[in-house]
Design a protein around this ligand. Structure first.
Ligand code: NAD
Ligand code: TDX
Length: 336
C-alpha cells in the first residue's frame, strides 16, 4: 500500500475534484491536500470552502504553467489529476482550450512527476472508448480499443496515451482510471442533470437532445472518489482501471424521474437540436477494480441519489445562480 502524506489535486475546485477533496479530508485524516486550480468558468473556490486550513491549501494557477507545476510537484508525494475542460458541447463550439488544458496540461504534469519520481494518478473518462449500440450486450473493459468521438473525448484520449507512453518509456509511476457519468452536488449547471433541475426550479421546461434514448452509465461522485483513492493507494503501477456502478439509464428515463420529483407531467419538456456526433451509449464493466482491489460502490440507489442531488440544488441556489443565465444564453445560441 502506498500511503501519501501530501497530495496535489488538480481541478480541485471543479465538480468531481472538489468532491474528492471533501472525501480525502473526511476519510483520510493524515493527508494534506494542495489544490491547483485555474478557476475557469467551471471552478469555484466555494466548493472547498470551510475545510480545515491546515489540511487544504488552494493554489490558483494553470496546469500548463511549468514553473509552478515543477515547484508544487517537487513538494508532494502524489498528483491526482482532475483538471480539464470537461463539457462536450463546449468542445464543439470551441475546441482550443481543450487541446491546451487536456493535452498540454497533462504533458506538463507528467514531465514534472517523472523529474521528481512522484506518483501520478490520471483521471479520465469512459468516452475515450467511443460509444456502443443500444442493443449491443457489450460493455467497455480495459481492453476496449480507443475510438473517441468528440473534441473533448479525443483530447482526453490523447492525454491517456501520453500517460501510457510516459509510464512505459520513462517508468512514470502512473495509474489511469476511466469513469462513467458522475452526478451529485457541485456539478456545473451546463451538465444534463443540474441543467434540468435548475430549469425546473426556474419554471423553465427541461431540454432533451435528439430522441432522448442515449444511455449514460451513472455513478455517484462519492463512489468515484472512493475508487480513485483505492487505485491511488493500492492500484498496480502502469495499470488502467475502469470505474462504474452498473447505472445504465437512458436520458428520457432520467428526465422523467426529475419531472416526477417536481410534480410535473412526464411530457412537460422540450425536444431540442441533437448534439453533433452524439454518443449513443456508454457502459462500464468494472470487474477488474472490483475483484483485484475489492472496491464497491455504496450509492447504488439512483432514485435516492437523484432525490438528494435535487434537494442540494434547491438548498444551494446561491451557489448555482451566478452561472445559470450565461449557460442558458450559450445553449440558446446553439439551438439547444
Ligand atoms: P469540471 O469542469 O467541473 O471541473 C474542472 C476543473 O478544472 C475546474 O475547477 C477548472 O477551474 C479546472 N481547470 C480547468 N482548466 C484548468 C487549467 N488549465 N489549470 C488548472 N485548473 C484548470 O470537471 P469535472 O466534471 O469535475 O471533471 C473532472 C475530471 O473528471 C475531468 O478530467 C473529466 O474528464 C473527468 N471525468 C468526468 C466525468 C463526469 O461525469 N463529469 C466522468 C469521468 C471523468
Ligand atoms: O440539456 C441537455 N440535454 C440532453 O439531452 C444536456 C446538457 C445534455 N443532454 C444529454 C447529452 C448526453 O447524452 O444528456 C447526456 C449527458 O450529457 P452531459 O451532462 O453533457 O454529459 P456527457 O456528454 O455524457 O459527458 C459527461 O460524462 C463523461 C461529462 O460531461 C464528461 O466530462 C465525462 O467525461
Amino acid at each position: 500500500t502506498f500511503e501519501p502524506k501530501r497530495i496535489v489535486v488538480t481541478g480541485g475546485c471543479g465538480f468531481i475534484g472538489s468532491n474528492f477533496v471533501h472525501h480525502v479530508v473526511r476519510e483520510h485524516p493524515g493527508v494534506h491536500v494542495t489544490v491547483l486550480d485555474k478557476l475557469t468558468y467551471a471552478g469555484n473556490p466555494d466548493n472547498i470552502d470551510g475545510l480545515p486550513a491546515d489540511r487544504v491549501e488552494l493554489v490558483v494557477g494553470d496546469i500548463c504553467d511549468a514553473a509552478l507545476v515543477d515547484r508544487l510537484v517537487s513538494e508532494t508525494d502524489a498528483v491526482v489529476h482532475y483538471a480539464a475542460e470537461s463539457h462536450n458541447d463546449n468542445s464543439i463550439a470551441d475546441p482550443s482550450p481543450f487541446l491546451r488544458t487536456n493535452v498540454e496540461g497533462t504533458y506538463t504534469l507528467i514531465e514534472a512527476c517523472r523529474k521528481y519520481g512522484v506518483r501520478y494518478h490520471h483521471v479520465s473518462t469512459d468516452e475515450v472508448y467511443g460509444d456502443l449500440a443500444l442493443d449491443d450486450p457489450a460493455r467497455f473493459t480495459e481492453e476496449t480499443p480507443y475510438r473517441p468521438s468528440s473534441p473533448y473525448s479525443s483530447t482526453k484520449a490523447s492525454s491517456d496515451l501520453l500517460v501510457r507512453a510516459w509510464a512505459r518509456t520513462f517508468g512514470l509511476a502512473a495509474t489511469i482510471s476511466n469513469c462513467s457519468n458522475n452526478y451529485g452536488p457541485y456539478q456545473h449547471v451546463e451538465k444534463f442533470i443540474p441543467r434540468q433541475v435548475t430549469n425546473l426550479i426556474d419554471g423553465v421546461r427541461p431540454k432533451l437532445y435528439g430522441d432522448g434514448r442515449n444511455v449514460r452509465d451513472w455513478i455517484h461522485t462519492e463512489d468515484h472518489s472512493s475508487a480513485v483513492w483505492t487505485i491511488l493507494t493500492r492500484g498496480r503501477i502502469g495499470e488502467t482501471y475502469l470505474i462504474g456502478a452498473d447505472g445504465e439509464l437512458d436520458n428520457i428515463t432520467v428526465l422523467r424521474e426529475i419531472l416526477r420529483a417536481f410534480d410535473r407531467d412526464e411530457d412537460d419538456f422540450d425536444w431540442v437540436r441533437d448534439r453533433p456526433g452524439h454518443d449513443r451509449r456508454y457502459a462500464i464493466d468494472a470487474t477488474k477494480l472490483r475483484t483485484e482491489l475489492g472496491w464497491e460502490p455504496r450509492h447504488t440507489d439512483f432514485a435516492a441519489g437523484l432525490a438528494e442531488t435535487i434537494a442540494w440544488y434547491r438548498d444551494n441556489e446561491a451557489w448555482w445562480r451566478p452561472a445559470k443565465e450565461a449557460t442558458e444564453a450559450r445553449y440558446r445560441a446553439q439551438g439547444q
